[in-house]
Write a protein that binds this ligand. Sequence first.
Ligand SMILES: NC(=O)c1ccc[n+]([C@@H]2O[C@H](COP(=O)([O-])OP(=O)(O)OC[C@H]3O[C@@H](n4cnc5c(N)ncnc54)[C@H](OP(=O)(O)O)[C@@H]3O)[C@@H](O)[C@H]2O)c1
Length: 404
Amino acid sequence: MSRVRPSTSEGGYRGESFSLIIFFVFNMAGNTKIENRSSFDTGQAEEKFMARAIELAKLGMGQVAPNPMVGCVIVHNGLIIGEGYHCKYGETHAEVNAINAVKDMSLLAHSTMYVTLEPCSHFGKTPPCADLVVKMKIPKVVVGSVDPNEKVAGKGLERLRSAGCDLEVGMLEDECNRMNRRFRTFHQKKRPYIILKWAQTEDGFIDKSREEADFGQPTWITNNLSRIAVHKMRSDEAAILVGTNTVLKDNPSLTVREWSGNHPLRMVLDRRGILPATSAMLDQSTETLVFTEKEMESKPNLEYIRIKFNSNMLSEINTILLERGIQSLLVEGGKSLLESYLREGLWDEARIYIGNARFGSGIKAPETDWVLDREEKLDDSLMRIYYRNEEGNQESRITDGRKN
Ligand SMILES: NC(=O)c1ccc[n+]([C@@H]2O[C@H](COP(=O)([O-])OP(=O)(O)OC[C@H]3O[C@@H](n4cnc5c(N)ncnc54)[C@H](OP(=O)(O)O)[C@@H]3O)[C@@H](O)[C@H]2O)c1
């Protein structure tokens, strides 16, 4: 059963609506729309510019980690004269791309920059953006949110302020923060942002009861569009984890095949070292970690990591991921593993795909009573999205009756 959160005006910016993304991808070419200030009051117009910067930032999804997604527009006399976003890790930042997109550089000294995140102040793979803004004499900068990364955290703002720049901080801050929730969770909570995902039938089953003869592939619950959405989701996250039985029964590849993008780091629990070497996710085709208690020999793209399978295990995995700079983790089942995360309250977001079949019996999905954030229709299936930090979603009711 789900309770539904009352809708808010920010709905369009909250997450990565799959259908909206499909629409956007096909409408990208030459889509810089210049809005004339006369059609808005000033406040509304300014938010429109920041909203445009957010829209641009999201185009970097799946490409920029461990950096945050950032978008930027430069406005002169109510017109956008340059815009850009951080497209790929290691490449130029949004502010640089926006400045480079301006044809008449002399206008910069009379323009306002709208940028979704505080400009950086340190030398990383590229020089500090705050210095460039000062060098270009941009007199006003409107910032969406402050950077939680200790290397920046307020220092970029200070650099601009001390150079005499007129600063406004916090425009559409919630949207800017939510967009970079993976990056923010990583820096603030010192662990990856955790997304639980499963597919269930209309009557709440994640699998049929199967005989061993039927093992080797997952039970089909939703449809093709959901499958594409899941592959896109994988490409958006840094790592993906499954339990031992899921590999034994479903033999998933856990790669990105129905969408273009990076494969996540694949991970599986194999305490007893029982997974067959022929398992699809052990094929060494892409980087894979196996957590085990056994002494196992690592191979190229297949690393065995010995951990203790005790009550601290999930935190230990988080620490390993933190050390490797992994900012987001997708937990794709099965039931026991999902329930372990639920019991420990170690999750930030849940995506539940609901197919229209009814199994009548089988393996029950984790039972929840969360406040629904939103629902998307994917042909004859649904995807429901929940956020743990919503009021009412702090506790997780799960099927074994224990609470986190
Ligand atoms: N519909 C979906 O979205 C979906 C997705 C994935 C899986 N599934 C289904 O889920 C079923 C498998 O679920 P499952 O619950 O049997 O197994 P699972 O969650 O895939 O794996 C559980 C096993 O992982 C190991 N493990 C070690 N530490 C654990 C911990 N802290 N928490 C959880 N597991 C730990 C244990 O094996 P050891 O005793 O060897 O340590 C445990 O028995 C399959 O039928 C599969 O088809 C459905």
